[in-house]
Design a binder for this molecule. Structure first.
Ligand SMILES: [Zn+2]
Length: 173
């Protein structure tokens, strides 16, 4: 790994190094842009409501609204998203991650994007990518990431593959 655009958690640095070493691809990830997900609009609404800016709303309703905004913010901030790039105008091996609050999800998303760097970009989430992703989740993420992916990856064909490879981790239907 060459360049880091933003503060990267130590475990993420270690994980990338482990994959680069294990896959014998020392320069696989050249640039990583790591951001933290924030749903600023909820903070703003909560702040305004707490400041008494109820717009004529009954205070009890405002308290209820604050609670529901806090819950919504927490659930929306939980998951991470990412992208991998190999475009000509960006350094090859660029990954951007918008990190949510759940670390297992961050690990899964980082490995998901690294799997894109190891397979042809145009292949998207085809069989070649799914095989690599399943292998990375298992080899570098470990059983916790595999179990998390079975429950949370929004890729049914990858989930099927993981279930077949890890019948012990797949929750019963
Ligand atoms: Zn993807």
């Amino acid at each position: 790994m060459k360049i880091i655009e933003s503060p990267l958690p130590g475990w993420a640095w270690d994980l990338i190094e482990a994959v680069e070493r294990g896959e014998r691809k020392p320069d696989l990830v050249r640039l990583i842009d790591w951001r933290t997900r924030r749903n600023a609009k909820y903070d703003r609404w909560i702040r305004q409501a707490k400041a008494g800016d109820f717009n004529g709303t009954h205070p009890e309703i405002a308290v209820h609204a604050i609670e529901s905004w806090e819950n919504r913010k927490a659930s929306r901030n939980l998951s991470s998203s990412g992208r991998a790039y190999r475009d000509w105008w960006r350094p090859s091996g660029t990954i951007t991650v918008t990190a949510g609050t759940e670390v297992l999800d961050q690990r899964m998303v980082l490995l998901h994007e690294i799997a894109h760097l190891l397979t042809p970009m145009l292949s998207q989430h085809d069989l070649a990518w799914r095989r690599v992703a399943a292998r990375l989740y298992s080899k570098y993420g470990g059983p916790e990431v595999v179990a998390w992916a079975i429950e949370h990856e929004r890729k049914p064909l990858l989930i099927n593959l993981l279930r077949r490879q890890h019948p012990d981790l797949a929750a019963p239907f």
